[in-house]
Design a protein around this ligand. Structure first.
Ligand code: NAG
Ligand code: NAG
Ligand code: NAG
Ligand code: NAG
Ligand code: NAG
Length: 710
């Protein structure tokens, strides 16, 4: 059934922000995100569980038995099985559920009977598309033709989604505590789809189909297309996820690391859970202290001998041959023994420190330029180094320029957990909406922890994945939407276990309508790209809140037929729809009943006005899944600027559990003929019954032709 374009099609990238910034800062930023999962957090432990508010004593964790009967399929760079995150020793896990039909496959460098156990229940590898695309067999001197993860990303994402609790985890001295996957007792099945030269569509689709056939409950994909989202019928992840939805398997994907531009989110099909990345309340501060007494806050995961309080001479790399600190381009005479201020951009951040080290420099201050603003990423540098934002960078550059003998030192402050600065914030790299392929489907869906996430790592590569870095670590701290996605995959596994009767759309609805939108200081979650409040095109429905998702009150459900009607509504032909259904059936769009893609029963609203006086009406159906048969919900609307919103009826009176009721929302543009400033506005629709708040974000867009710059 596979069309030729499914084979050898575009290379897909992993979404972690680790390495070469060449991708991230020039084309798209593909990040694999790795995330060490939070644990029942002792105060000093990794804090992402704390932000997720998961507790061993109440809520979703105990009520789902930590998802021990669920299998999470992680399609990624493979698995490093000997990490304690994948051990079944302590947890006395029983054999996997009888519905599990997957297996572990042995290969030259992978002994399945030694690697797999009741925790790691599957390990397979998919390479035929890769070999066909490369035109040669895999070079086994360069990479392992097996499920083995020699890169690190897959081990990180798998342990984030479903790693066992590991005490005393950390990265050198940083983030010490219990590391634990979100679905702590869920089983892991690793499907290696990404190779040294990329992840290929046909391997991705084959692995998705295999995971579904094997009996996985959730598929976690921290992978996506490079560039704008491809059309759904040419997007292997969208096609595979459609098949998953049909069989009740939740597919959770990263949105990509191509932010902060608009339309950068990928994996935007409505049947996919699309996850952006946010910060957590854990920082790794390292201050740049200057000879004039000023100090600028930065971040670092440098783990070697710290600098002492003695001030060292400070130079700007731009005055020493290479503003960007390209290896080999720095003048050793000018940097020897000094702290070098390097500009961010182009080459990998850790490589810049290495370039300073090779040229004889003592330390590095890495400063953002306008391109990255105030977004800070803590890196495990090979020399004493910290990263500062653009504002601090400009001040330090000025200080160097205006001082006869500029000096500085770096003060490393270890791991700091607390309310300042406020968290979560949306990372600037996190890809944003609107949805490039279907404006009426709001994307991303949610945000989840994706910055400075601690999780397990491969033993085959360094924590920076740079050859110049000889270190090997059990755990690593990295950032990206790749790290955010497996958090939500873990939450989906917990919810699927607690509510086995819920469809993938229902799981997604519960996660979205219960997400929160205020940070820990009570303000709307901010966007690190602007410093301002984030919008639903940036944070989707908000930050995931798993315990609330357990009891959402109402669900916006959808089935495969609804998705077929959606494809009809965006003009897909029967042949194009057959790419998704893959069962020989022919869709007849004249018999489907979705007037507009915005009528899909989605837990969010994105309205595209065609004029300043346009009126758009969408219909929704909600199912009562609370414990109260006669629940009564009242609507509360926060209307976007320039829009009159009418909800009818404004009161939903149920008389049984499981009952569905429908409502209509009319969005009437009341904007002036000429719109000044932004052609977007935002609001929300909230249904509340006194014990549940069921919230949907609203985004409206006017044609840019109506916008005046004055
Ligand atoms: C694979 O691992 C099993 C279990 O540890 C061991 O008995 C067996 O000898 C190993 N096989 C090979 C080929 O190393
Ligand atoms: C601080 O470090 C410098 C450079 O490494 C060294 O020369 C100096 O002795 C150190 N001072 C103290 C007080 O340790
Ligand atoms: C330093 O000052 C000179 C002259 O004002 C200016 O041209 C140069 O761009 C400055 N360099 C930095 C790094 O600010
Ligand atoms: C699609 O449905 C319409 C209305 O029922 C019918 O007239 C038409 O023949 C169908 N087309 C196909 C290709 O089945
Ligand atoms: C919007 O509501 C206001 C106040 O009720 C009303 O005056 C106005 O006519 C409405 N505009 C549209 C386009 O519905």
């Amino acid at each position: 059934m596979a069309k030729p374009f499914l084979l050898l099609a575009l290379s897909i990238v992993v979404f972690a922000l680790l390495f070469s910034e060449a991708y991230s800062e020039q084309e798209t930023r593909s990040t694999y995100i790795v995330h060490v999962s939070p644990a029942h957090a002792p105060p000093q432990s990794s804090s992402s569980p704390a932000l997720l508010r998961l507790s061993a004593s109440s809520g979703l964790w105990p009520l789902s038995h930590f998802a021990s009967s669920a299998v999470v399929a992680v399609l990624d760079t493979g698995i490093w099985p000997s990490r304690p995150s994948f051990s079944d020793a302590d947890s006395a896990l029983p054999p996997p559920p009888s519905s599990w039909r997957g297996s572990c496959v042995s290969a030259a460098s992978f002994n399945a009977s030694a690697a797999c156990n009741n925790k790691l229940v599957g390990a397979r590898f998919f390479y035929k598309g890769y070999e066909a695309a490369m035109g040669r067999p895999i070079d086994e001197s360069r990479e392992s033709k097996s499920p083995l993860d020699t890169e690190g990303h897959g081990t990180h994402t798998a342990s984030t989604a479903a790693g066992a609790a590991v005490k005393g985890a950390g990265f050198y001295g940083y983030a010490r505590g219990v590391a634990q996957g979100v679905a702590t007792a869920a089983r892991v099945a690793a499907y290696k789809i990404c190779w040294a030269s990329g992840c290929f569509d046909s391997d991705i689709l084959a692995a998705m189909d295999a995971a579904i056939a094997d009996g996985a409950d959730v598929i976690s994909l921290s992978v996506g297309a490079n560039g704008y989202a491809p059309p759904f019928h040419r997007d292997s992840i969208a096609i595979g996820a459609f098949g998953a939805a049909r069989r009740g398997v939740v597919v959770s994907c990263s949105a990509g690391n191509s932010g902060p531009g608009a339309y950068t989110a990928v994996n935007v099909a409505p049947w996919i859970l699309t996850v952006g990345a946010s910060t957590i309340d854990r920082e790794f501060p390292a201050d740049a202290a200057l000879g004039d007494g000023s100090a600028y806050g930065g971040v670092s995961l440098y783990a070697g001998e710290p600098l002492n309080a003695t001030l060292l001479p400070l130079v700007y790399a731009g005055d020493c041959g290479s503003r960007l600190c390209i290896p080999g381009a720095l003048d050793a005479d000018k940097v020897a023994g000094k702290i070098v201020l390097c500009d961010r951009g182009l080459n990998a951040r850790v490589e810049k420190g290495s370039a300073v080290k090779i040229a004889g420099g003592a330390a590095m201050i890495l400063a953002n330029t306008e391109e990255n603003g105030e977004e800070l990423i803590a890196d495990s540098h090979l020399i004493p180094a910290t990263m500062v934002g653009q504002i601090a960078g400009d001040k330090i550059r000025n200080y160097i320029n205006s001082t006869a003998s500029p000096t500085a030192t770096i003060v490393f402050r270890g791991t700091v957990i607390g309310p300042s600065p406020p968290a979560p914030k949306v990372a600037s790299f996190s890809s944003r909406g609107p949805n490039y392929r279907a404006h009426e489907i709001l994307k991303p869906d949610v945000i989840a922890p994706g910055v400075n996430i601690l999780a397990a790592w491969t033993g085959a590569s360094s924590p920076t994945d740079l050859d110049i870095d000889p270190r090997r670590v059990e755990f690593n701290i990295i950032s990206g939407t790749s790290m955010a996605c497996p958090h939500v995959s873990g939450i989906a596994a917990l919810l699927h276990t607690a509510h086995p009767e819920w469809s993938p759309a229902a799981v997604k609805s519960a996660i979205m309508t219960t997400a929160y939108n205020l940070d820990n200081s009570g303000e709307t979650i901010r966007d690190l790209a602007t410093g301002e409040e984030s919008t639903p095109f940036v944070r989707g429905a908000g930050h995931v809140d798993p315990n609330s998702a357990l009891d959402p009150g109402l669900l916006y459900d959808a089935q495969v037929d609804d998705y077929i009607a959606f494809l009809c509504s965006i003009g897909y032909t029967a042949d194009q729809i057959a790419v998704f259904t893959r069962d020989g059936s022919t869709a007849n769009c004249s018999t489907t009943t979705l007037p507009s893609p915005g009528d899909l029963n989605y837990p969010a609203f994105s309205v595209l006005f065609s004029s300043h006086s346009d009126v758009v009406t969408y219909r929704r159906v909600v199912r009562n899944v609370g414990s109260s048969a006669d629940a009564v919900y009242e609507v509360a609307v926060s209307a976007p600027r320039g829009v009159n919103v009418t909800v009818s009826p404004s009161r939903l009176e149920f008389n049984s559990v499981g009952q569905s009721l429908s409502y209509e929302v009319t969005f009437a543009s009341a904007a002036n003929p000429v719109i000044v400033g932004d052609n977007y506005a935002f609001g929300s629709i909230l249904w509340a019954d006194g014990s549940h708040n069921v919230r949907s974000p609203v985004a409206v867009t006017w044609p840019s032709s109506l916008v005046s710059s004055s």
